[in-house]
Design a protein around this ligand. Structure first.
Ligand code: M6R
Length: 357
């Protein structure tokens, strides 16, 4: 039930701190250490390469997850769109492990890849919100998201849950492999939970940005580098699907190779700045678009903020910043859609779970 919320999407955005707490609890042992089923850890350790396969928002979560699996667990990882992978399989490594990410566990495009790689005799792990779903039943292993039912077509809490579970998986594998990781994930996830809560408590401010920047625009761009680029891609998908604004997420450095031609007077450009190593370069990209008339909405992380930033999210470990910055983009999309009179929970032409190819 929606309860006091106007829409399921808003309710599900608000549920994210609770989902983070639930995940922290579910993936902890009695000693307070992160835990993942031993067979799953073994399967990852055996792999010489991970292939993440997913669609839509789950694919976008995979982009962030790849960073954890490579930087923490040390396993080379590729992320693929399921509908492409099935027709154009890359040259596989000798010992691949497939990770299917799917909120519903029913997405036909992802299932087609699962069937194909099982025929080849490969191992599959499904990360899903729905125990007993098709992708869970047909894979060798399952990790559950514990996000609770997601009803709104636009995925929100499943995305943050997917990222949190991938982070936990990467850390448990790293520990098992004796790799030292300088991110103490449990306390960092607790900080993330508090930061998400702070952003949600500020929803009214973000609603103001949605009306100021997005209520009447035809198009919008998201820019970011590294982790922020991935969040921009997810933020643009959310905005497109529920507000029908034509939106795209771009890597900040790629703009000048063509996309910048689309910037006109007043074009909203949402820039994400949560990553220290690219803070200066993304600021440079903002200047480039502003010089061409763009209206910048800059979302920075505390510690990296500069004069003129529109919104500052609380400081968390920068590897986990997507879990917080994405909530700003979810609220922007929600309020943009609301003020444009769109059917937030049931956008046109879309179904919650895409069970046809
Ligand atoms: O259930 P799945 O995670 O497999 O669904 C994948 C996509 O269809 C889904 O994420 C879609 O992109 C959402 N509507 C995005 O908000």
């Amino acid at each position: 039930e929606k309860g006091t919320y106007a829409h399921y999407m808003l309710k599900e955005i608000h549920e994210q701190p609770g989902v983070m707490r639930k995940i922290i609890q579910e993936y902890q042992d009695e000693k307070g250490e992160l835990k993942i089923d031993k067979d799953i850890v073994k399967a990852v350790r055996k792999a010489d390469r991970i292939y993440i396969v997913a669609c839509g928002t789950s694919y976008n979560a995979g982009l962030v997850g790849k960073e954890y699996l490579e930087k923490w667990a040390g396993v080379p990882t590729e992320v693929h769109v399921a509908s492409e992978f099935v027709y154009n399989m890359p040259l596989l490594s000798k010992k691949p492990l497939f990770i299917f990410i799917s909120q519903s566990g029913e997405t036909a495009d992802s299932r087609a890849v699962l069937v194909a790689i099982k025929e080849l005799g490969h191992t599959a792990l499904t990360i899903t919100n729905v125990p007993g779903s098709t992708l869970s039943r047909e894979a060798d292993h399952t990790l559950i998201l514990h996000a609770g039912p997601e009803i709104a077509v636009a995925s929100t809490k499943a995305y943050t849950a997917q990222i949190a579970v991938l982070a936990i998986l990467a850390q448990v594998v790293a520990k098992d492999a004796g790799i030292k990781v300088d991110v103490d994930l449990l306390p960092e996830l607790a900080k993330v939970t508090a930061a998400i809560t702070a952003v949600i408590d500020d929803a009214h401010t973000i609603e103001g940005f949605a009306t100021e920047f997005l209520e009447t625009t035809r198009n919008a761009f998201f820019i970011g580098r590294t982790m922020d680029y991935y969040v921009g891609v997810e933020g643009s998908l959310k905005l497109k699907e529920i507000s029908y604004i034509q939106a795209e997420g771009f890597a900040g450095g790629e703009l000048k190779h063509g996309t910048i031609a689309l910037i006109e007077d007043g074009t909203p450009v949402i820039a994400l700045a949560t990553q220290e190593s690219v803070n200066l370069s993304i600021r440079g990209n903002v200047k480039e678009v502003v010089a061409r008339g763009a209206k910048p909405l800059i979302v920075a992380m505390e510690g990296l903020e500069q004069d003129g930033d529109t919104y500052v999210i609380p400081q968390v470990h920068e590897m986990l910043a997507p879990l917080v910055s994405v909530v700003v983009t979810q609220l922007l999309a929600y309020y943009a859609a609301l003020h444009r009179g769109c059917d937030v929970d049931k956008p046109r032409n879309l179904a919650k779970s895409v069970t046809v190819e």
